[in-house]
Ligand binder design. Structure first.
Ligand SMILES: [Zn+2]
Length: 292
């Protein structure tokens, strides 16, 4: 230890109460994502808090594939996407308009239009059905919005504390199991109070110190930590599929204008270049390509 929290997600359970949770810290993973685009600081905190929340949410689900949060709006924030895979690979992107204050609130960023909502999609990535849910704007913060989302979608009493600043993102999720007894209620109230006031966690050196600081008088069992990291699932075949969808007419006009087709991944900023012959080959009749 001593090197600090690093990228870590530690799940825990209370030994004597039907209460469970997880604590997450994102350092390099968060900074790698911020390094992809010149985000203003007001957006950096939104991205960090949402990354931490999505990690906690993805870890609490039994699924394969990806959990994706998407927002399209006409306010300061035009586009916002945060994705966390079942393996805790994270990526994010945002597009914005004009100046964004360093202390911008969620409501300032999302704009006035109540129809522009944050949608969470669970994509099993195996062709199976998508699950979708809406994250509301309750409470004016990412943490409060996700708490309401969990209360609605999982019907589990949940408390979420999030903070992101100075290239560090931290979060705690605490959940009271539906079968919990009256005797658990006092523990739940005390633990939820500690999570609501978890500001010290931002500087805690590691997950163990965070758990001891949060719940000093309880027996809490921590599970083997998992490591969230930055990872982008973009690839040349996927970009090729997008170009095929765009159509050969559109691709020809790009070739005419620029001489080649270049596509930047909006998440990781990697550039994919297609020379004229490569771009045209995407639309070639496959039967004509057979060599006899
Ligand atoms: Zn990418």
């Amino acid at each position: 230890m001593g090197a600090g929290f690093a990228d870590n997600l530690t799940r825990f359970v209370f030994e004597r109460a039907a209460v469970r949770g997880a604590v997450v810290s994102l350092d390099a993973a968060y900074r790698d994502i911020l390094a992809c685009h010149p985000y203003p600081s007001g957006l950096q905190s939104l991205i960090g808090e949402t990354l931490a929340a999505m990690c906690l949410l993805a870890n609490s689900l039994k699924f394969s594939g990806s959990l994706i949060l998407q927002f399209h709006g006409a306010g300061r924030l035009r586009l916002f996407v945060v994705e966390c895979s079942a393996a805790l690979e994270l990526r994010a992107t945002a597009q914005w308009e004009g100046e964004i204050a360093a202390d911008a609130r969620l409501t300032d960023l999302l704009g006035e239009d109540p129809e522009s909502r944050m949608v969470i999609t669970l994509d099993p990535k195996d062709g199976g059905p998508l699950y979708q849910g809406v994250v509301g704007r309750e409470g004016g913060s990412v943490g409060a919005s996700f708490e309401h989302y969990l209360a609605k979608s999982e019907q589990i009493d949940s408390r979420l504390w999030l903070r992101a600043a100075q290239g560090r993102a931290r979060g705690v999720l605490l959940q009271r199991m539906p079968a919990s007894s009256e005797a658990d209620a006092a523990t739940w109230r005390r633990a939820a109070g500690a999570v609501a006031d978890a500001a010290f966690l931002f500087d805690a050196p590691d997950a163990h110190a965070a758990l001891v600081g949060l719940f000093p008088t309880d027996d809490v069992r921590a599970f083997r930590p998992r490591q969230p990291r930055f990872g982008c699932s973009c690839s040349r075949p996927r970009v090729a599929a997008v170009l095929r969808l765009l159509g050969s007419g559109e691709v020809e006009s790009i070739l005419e204008e620029r001489g080649s087709v270049g596509v930047d991944c909006e998440f990781c900023n990697r550039r994919y270049e297609f020379a004229p012959a490569e771009a045209r080959a995407l639309f070639a009749d496959p039967s004509a390509a057979v060599v006899h």
